[in-house]
Ligand binder design. Structure first.
Ligand SMILES: [Zn+2]
Ligand SMILES: [Zn+2]
Length: 240
């Protein structure tokens, strides 16, 4: 029997909620992680160093923390990151000569070197945390693919979003589990596609008299099913 971990029970609890269970758990976990940073780790030197090395948080998580209400915590962490950027700018400014011909119009070596020096050397700490949690949840689903409770919860759910389903396939080595997962996701996507077709049919002028049912929201749901729940991935997926 496979050991049932905390993640397993989290998944069972989350599958019945609308949307991708992994996305939903990551949203919850990321919020809790940022909350703990703000209220427990602002003065922690290791956290401060990581924050400095990642040049603060990414666009998505930066705005998330800005809306969490601890202006002082944000100021403490970002002041250090900003101080480091200023040191880099000051050091570079001294080394840049004013000479140079037309080639300067196409960009300079100094400019490129400085731009490189301003790059983060570490990923956003919230993105890093999210990536680690994501791997844990996907492994958990994969390992319990043949567990009757997890199967029932998965089958009755909205399924995983495309990104997380791809991740799930990648971590599933057993052909039997792979078949189970593919069958469940296929059923879910087939039902969603039928809803989209029904929505399009009822949206037709000729069928305007027919009352719209649950399929009325299928066009919104398919956006989340293929792109992920709102606020999970951000720009992270665009980076190599
Ligand atoms: Zn997802
Ligand atoms: Zn981030």
């Amino acid at each position: 029997m496979t050991h049932k971990t905390f993640g397993y029970f989290d998944l069972l609890e989350t599958f019945p909620k609308p949307g991708c269970a992994v996305c939903n758990l990551l949203l919850r976990d990321t919020h809790a992680f940022l909350d703990s940073i703000m209220y427990e780790y602002v003065m922690d030197p290791e956290t401060q160093n990581k924050f400095r090395d990642s040049r603060g948080l990414c666009d998505q998580h930066g705005w998330q923390i800005a809306q969490m209400g601890s202006g002082l915590g944000v100021a403490v962490l970002y002041e250090r990151a900003l101080g480091d950027l200023l040191e880099t700018l000051n050091a570079a400014a001294k080394g840049i000569t004013r000479s140079g011909g037309l080639s300067r119009l196409r960009g300079s070596k100094e400019g490129t070197t400085l731009a490189d020096a301003l790059e983060p050397s570490q990923p956003c700490i919230a993105c890093k945390h999210l990536t680690e949690s994501e791997a844990r949840y996907l492994k958990e689903i994969s390992q319990h693919a043949n567990d009757p409770k997890l199967q029932a919860a998965y089958s009755a759910s909205d399924g995983l979003c495309l990104e997380h389903f791809r991740g799930l396939l990648r971590v599933t080595g057993s052909p039997a589990r792979l078949q189970t997962l593919i069958a469940m996701q296929t059923d879910i996507w087939t039902r969603l596609r039928a809803e989209l077709n029904e929505f399009m049919r009822k949206s037709d002028f000729n069928n305007a008299g027919e009352k719209m049912g649950a399929e009325g929201s299928s066009w919104r749901r398919v956006v989340a099913r293929l792109g992920g729940e709102h606020g999970v991935f951000g720009l992270r997926r665009l980076k190599p």
